[in-house]
Design a protein around this ligand. Structure first.
Ligand SMILES: [Cu+2]
Length: 193
């Protein structure tokens, strides 16, 4: 981690460090291809890269949410798999120190929930249990790490015997992922993100 911190100040070494770490070879090749760039454009590349990572996470989460809206456990499992891998592939080197800390706090938990969802086709109620906590992780991610996409934080008062639960949506219109087709319009807007 401290390696990353130092590298933020020295873009050239960032490239070397990423190559040495080996887990991001695709990205480093892209950087090499556009190499010889100034510090400014290097920084732009870094931040664009992390935006794309967050975008992949949000897109997979929304796919998962929409699968649950349709009571489609198989599509939910597939989206859960995509979501876990988006979290694994997220490159934190473009994040500020505080953002990276928030992300690292979320990552393991989110991968765990997404993985359970991916292995529980045929048990949509269990997928929804994991989706509830996962939604809080995505909320924290959106708040802490950002991303440009306009999102809505919605609340279902009825889920889990009236305990209630929240989710993130790309639309203001309520399409409930917890109750699915049985009560698609149950819910209220809590916050615009
Ligand atoms: Cu589970």
């Amino acid at each position: 981690m401290s390696l990353f911190k130092d590298c933020m100040k020295i873009p050239l070494i960032t490239i070397t460090a990423i190559m040495l770490l080996g887990s991001c070879q695709g990205d480093s090749k892209k950087e090499m291809a556009s190499g010889g760039s100034s510090d400014t454009s290097q920084t732009a590349t870094e931040s664009r890269k992390s935006d794309q990572g967050a975008e992949a996470i949000i897109t997979s989460y929304l796919d998962l949410k929409n699968a649950l809206v349709k009571d489609d456990d198989k599509a939910a499992a597939e989206a859960g798999k995509q979501l876990a891998s988006a979290f694994k592939q997220f490159n934190t080197s473009g994040l500020k120190e505080a953002e990276r800390k928030i992300f690292e706090d979320i990552r393991e938990d989110a991968i765990d929930h997404a993985s359970h969802i991916s292995t529980n086709a045929g048990n949509i109620s269990h997928q929804r249990e994991h989706f509830e906590t996962l939604s809080e992780d995505i909320y924290d991610l959106k708040k802490g790490v950002g991303g440009d996409q306009k999102l809505y934080y919605l609340h279902c008062p009825m889920y889990n015997n009236g305990k209630g639960a929240n989710w993130i949506s790309e639309t203001k219109e309520v399409q409930n992922p917890y109750l699915g087709k049985s009560m698609p319009e149950c819910g209220t807007l809590k916050e615009e993100l």
